[in-house]
Design a protein around this ligand. Sequence first.
Ligand SMILES: C[S@@+](CC[C@H](N)C(=O)[O-])C[C@H]1O[C@@H](n2cnc3c(N)ncnc32)[C@H](O)[C@@H]1O
Length: 235
Amino acid sequence: MFRRLRRAKPISLTEQLQLMQADWDKRARKNARYFVSTSRTDWNDQDFFASGERAIAEDILTDTADIYQGKDPAGMRVLEIGCGAGRLTRALSGIFGEIHAVDVSGEMVARARAALHDRPNVTFYQNNGCDLAAVPPLVFDFAYSSNVFQHIPSREVIDTYVREVHRLLRPGALFKFQVEGNPSARDSSPDDTWHGVSFNREQATAMAQRCGFEHRYSFGEGHHYFWLWFFKPPA
Ligand SMILES: C[S@@+](CC[C@H](N)C(=O)[O-])C[C@H]1O[C@@H](n2cnc3c(N)ncnc32)[C@H](O)[C@@H]1O
């Protein structure tokens, strides 16, 4: 997946973000839906978005007490980080009132916008791969990210996202997201935009504390899909 020879000198954050954008734009142009979900190379619309519905049924509809917190989802504003070609965004937009979705790749965002032109409750943004300055300073009721941080080769970038989500979430709300949990990925190269840095439970808890969250639950420690439930403390 666009593997590079290891560089002799360390890479700057600016170079790293430029690489993320360039590599994901390249993947989007080559076969966006394959790089979003590698179980197939020839996704048609129906199957691609059905796979998003299944993922959201598993991640959201089985966890409504933590996510809805007694609210009507039709009245909730949701932030999605790393929306890709809109696979999960479409399913989220059928549940929640308002979705704001960001991605570092303008090519991915263009595909997501085109595919979800019939969903007026979704707004897409291309961001810099690190913070949420591209999103207006709204208050969000829930934030979600799946299949994204597993590709980010920098703890600094992931920390920045977690702080940024904390800035935008209302007190008490949940950021549910997935990171790489497989320890063999721990020394991923800083210029590898496919294999991200990995976390164990202690590292995840330390990140939550640094960024102002309570790390209430996790699932999948030691595995590729390591899910984290970070709650912003009540005001
Ligand atoms: C494997 S795709 C998953 C897309 C979507 N979450 C899904 O599951 O259908 C990963 C997405 O994360 C985006 N991405 C990678 N690094 C990112 C970063 N640092 N900031 C924002 N988006 C990023 C990529 O452009 C790509 O669209």
